[in-house]
Design a protein around this ligand. Structure first.
Ligand SMILES: [Zn+2]
Length: 429
């Protein structure tokens, strides 16, 4: 089957699991496409072939739907007005209702009893629960009762994008029967990087803060670079620099949602620029089709406010880390492997650096091919974007000096502090 050639099938999913995903039917109920675009792209990328979107506002959907179809040419997608929604008894789809609290309340009154994944986005906060009855729904609405009146477009967009990635991983787990289910519910605070909301009461409201004068460099336009750039562009970052020397391959398309089938063989920076410019014409994209080296790194990064490492190898991370150290630029680092990922926010001369966290070893220089669940880099990439925003607007992050580890199977997030390594060639100077 053609679809299989696009995937690096990981052992937990296997060919059988992939086939189940391809046969699954997913319905998404949302207010507008902006609240579920990353969800749509990741569902398409991981091989969900049957998707129906029910939207309150059916507008602005063409370019994203066209891209989803090019990402997964086997995709059957329908877009309908939410007013036409009827839960199908015989098709037994996975139904996701995603939006802010008032949207969920409004929709839930109209839909019939049944099983729904409810995903509430508030600025910088998300709540998800698989609900089988009215009591479950009431419980999650009660949990999300605070802060409902905040209008913080940046925080809300970050929450919606984060939900898109987490929900896709949860759909994969549900369809295949892996890991912890969503019946127990899940909450996460993007501001504190904490899944225990009791601790996250210091709120922030960025309102409609203008980010047009901000410049961010994203090194790597693959699994991590895709969600990072799509998120930053959606938030209205003025200038995004893209660094990559690679070309688009079919095996990229289970996770690298910036690219698509018609771009196979095209330089990744070109493919990325084309998509980002068509979706977000106001964002200036600066492509660098090259490999970052010790010699060129400082020249490339020096005009940017934050650098994002969206790389697939450790030697390049050392180069970026060192360049950012000498240029005094915050460096947001992310990494992924199968169902696991991690994020940290490095502030030169303030926090420990990447070399402190990952001391140099010879075997890091051997490149390995490992399978990755398509939506996993999505979650890490959106979390990297959250850290970028914190650095740009001056919010102190709990991930400065700590690494956030994500286990997608257990849906577990933990923060682990790390110290300056006195053998580090930079920090021990
Ligand atoms: Zn260091």
């Amino acid at each position: 089957m053609d679809r299989f050639r696009r995937q690096i099938i990981i052992p937990q999913i296997g060919e059988k699991g992939q086939k189940k995903l391809m046969e699954e039917k997913v319905e998404v109920l949302a207010e507008k496409i902006e609240n579920c675009d990353l969800l749509l792209l990741y569902l398409a990328a991981v091989g969900i072939n049957n998707i129906t979107l029910f939207l309150s506002k059916v507008s602005n959907v063409d370019s994203i739907v066209q891209h989803a179809k090019d990402l997964n040419p086997s995709l059957n997608i329908e877009i309908k007005g939410i007013i036409n929604y009827i839960k199908s008894d015989y098709e037994k789809p996975t139904t996701i209702i995603v939006g802010d609290r008032s949207f969920i309340e409004e929709v839930i009154e109209k839909v019939e009893e049944g099983s729904y994944i409810i995903a509430i986005a508030q600025p910088w906060r998300v709540y998800i629960k698989e609900c089988n009855n009215q009591k479950d729904v009431e419980r999650i609405l009660f949990q999300a009762k605070d802060f409902e009146k905040e209008e913080d477009t940046i925080g809300l967009n970050l929450s919606c994008n984060f939900l898109g990635t987490i929900l896709t991983t949860e759909v994969i787990k549900k369809v295949i029967g892996l890991g912890v289910s969503l019946h127990g519910g899940f909450t996460f605070d993007l501001l504190t990087s904490d899944s225990n909301l009791e601790l996250g009461e210091n709120r922030i409201n960025l309102g409609n803060l203008n980010l047009r004068d901000k410049k961010v460099l994203v090194v790597g336009t693959g699994g991590l670079g895709s969600p990072v750039t799509l998120t930053l562009a959606k938030l209205g970052i003025g200038t995004i620099g893209l660094v990559d020397y690679d070309q688009v391959e079919m095996s990229n398309l289970n996770r690298q949602i910036l690219h698509s089938t018609s771009k196979i063989g095209v330089a990744k920076v070109e493919s990325a620029q084309k998509l980002l410019s068509s979706l977000y014409p106001d964002v200036k994209i600066v492509p660098y089709k090259l490999k970052v080296t010790d010699e060129n790194v400082q020249e490339i990064i020096k005009d940017y406010g934050v650098v994002v490492g969206a790389l697939d190898n450790i030697p390049s991370r050392y180069i970026l880390n060192d360049g950012c150290y000498w240029e005094n630029i915050p460096y947001v680092e992310g990494a992924i492997k199968t169902f696991y990922g991690q994020v940290t926010n490095i502030i030169p001369k303030v926090t420990p650096c990447y070399r402190c966290m990952v001391p140099e070893k010879e075997d890091y220089f051997v490149k390995r091919e490992i399978g990755i669940v398509g939506s996993l880099p999505g979650t890490i990439g959106v979390l990297q974007s959250v850290e970028v925003i914190k650095n740009l607007v001056g919010i102190k992050s709990n991930l400065q000096g700590s690494v956030l580890m994500y286990d997608g199977l257990e849906r577990d997030f933990i923060k682990i502090p790390f110290m300056i390594n006195h053998k580090c060639q930079l920090c021990s100077l």
